[in-house]
Design a protein around this ligand. Structure first.
Ligand code: ADP
Ligand code: NA
Length: 340
């Protein structure tokens, strides 16, 4: 039987936070039982904006450690570092020559990230979605568990795959591939996508690059700091409502309750059945305790792993070997299809 292959990755461009955990890393774990799973630390994506080389290296180890500490099993899944499998760069060049300037110019994330500074950002930032297409297509991954923010990039991946299949149809057929060469990758639905918001502003997502330190819960924060951040989180003067509808137009309250629900594996209504009518002085300490009980064991295991570079290097080398074993034959086919 055919086991669908999943590819996903996180950029080593900052300290991991609760949003990365709930929105991405935690969701990687159950997929291991139903899919062939490839989880990458995408360091080549990280350098599309300036990264201090020492930070880049430290964050690379931290992300791999976070995958493992959260329950990604390096025996079941392939965990590796993008730059260690040079075929990512090789395929991305071929795909750069398939993708059209007009397609790339429509990417809203580039426009957001470049802002008014679009003349000064790197060429890599512009080409980023084509490298992402290479990440996925290098493994002929059929499904990627991406959030709404990546939907446009995944559409671009499909457009690139279709154009490659079309432009080289003759060579692809001659090589014996019956339904085109690259798959048309779908978004993998893994339940409602959790968007964790900033603790200081419920209209902004929690992110590695948040300006206020108190706005973001980092995976490696200690218990006291987590409690302090939650205590100081923006909320309102109202008690908690008794059902989810009561959170409408209360974005900060909705965020905090949503975080509780996600961490407790409960629905928002279940959380409100317990806390409805209670004030923040009751809810916030409960949320802090819950956050610490989930994050502390993971942080402890991350610290143990990152302090053992020998073990991390072994895991990443083994992952890169297994990634290459899939990627190299596919890249060899691409080379021959293109006429290299
Ligand atoms: P960041 O935005 O913090 O730089 P990345 O862009 O590297 O994070 O995203 C890594 C993964 O974490 C992606 O799958 C992304 O959807 C997820 N993610 C990032 N921030 C959040 C958030 N606030 N809530 C939920 N998921 C998030
Ligand atoms: Na980001």
């Amino acid at each position: 039987s055919f086991t669908p292959r999943v590819f996903s990755g996180i950029k080593p461009s900052g300290d991991l936070h609760l949003g990365n955990y709930l929105g991405a890393i935690r969701r990687f774990v159950p997929l291991q039982d139903t899919h062939e799973t490839i989880y990458c630390v995408v360091d080549m994506h990280a350098i599309t904006v300036w990264q201090d080389p020492e930070d880049l290296k430290r964050w690379t180890y931290e992300i791999a450690a976070a995958y493992i500490a959260a329950g990604v099993d390096p025996k079941k899944s392939i965990i590796f570092n993008q730059s260690q499998v040079v075929e990512h760069a090789e395929l991305s060049w071929v795909l750069n020559c398939v993708a059209r300037m007009g397609w790339m110019a429509r990417m809203t994330q580039f426009k957001d990230k470049a802002g008014e500074n679009s003349e000064q950002v790197s060429l890599g930032l512009f080409a980023y979605p084509s490298l992402m297409a290479a990440d996925i297509l290098l493994y002929k991954a059929t499904a990627v568990p991406v959030g709404e923010d990546q939907r446009q990039h995944l559409e671009l991946t499909r457009d690139i795959a279709k154009k490659f299949n079309h432009d080289f149809a003759k060579q692809i057929a001659a090589a014996g591939f019956e339904d085109g060469f690259f798959p048309i990758t779908e978004t993998l639905a893994t339940g409602p996508a959790m968007r964790v918001k900033s603790l200081k502003d419920g209209s902004k997502k929690m992110s590695k690059s948040e300006s206020s330190d108190l706005a973001t819960i980092y995976m490696m924060d200690d218990a006291d700091l987590i409690a302090k951040k939650i205590k100081r989180a923006t909320s309102d003067a109202e008690p908690l409502p008794s059902e989810a509808a009561g959170l409408e137009s209360r974005p900060e309250a909705e965020n905090l309750v949503g975080i509780y629900a996600a961490l407790a594996n409960q629905s928002v209504d279940q959380v409100l059945a317990e806390f409805g009518g209670k004030g923040w002085g009751i809810f916030k300490p409960a949320l802090a305790d819950l956050s610490v009980s989930v994050l502390a064991p993971i942080a402890e295991e991350m610290k143990r792993l990152v302090s053992d570079r020998g073990e991390m290097d072994r895991i990443l080398r083994d992952g890169a070997d297994r990634a290459r074993a899939i990627a190299q034959p596919i890249m060899a086919d691409v080379r021959s299809i293109v006429g290299f």
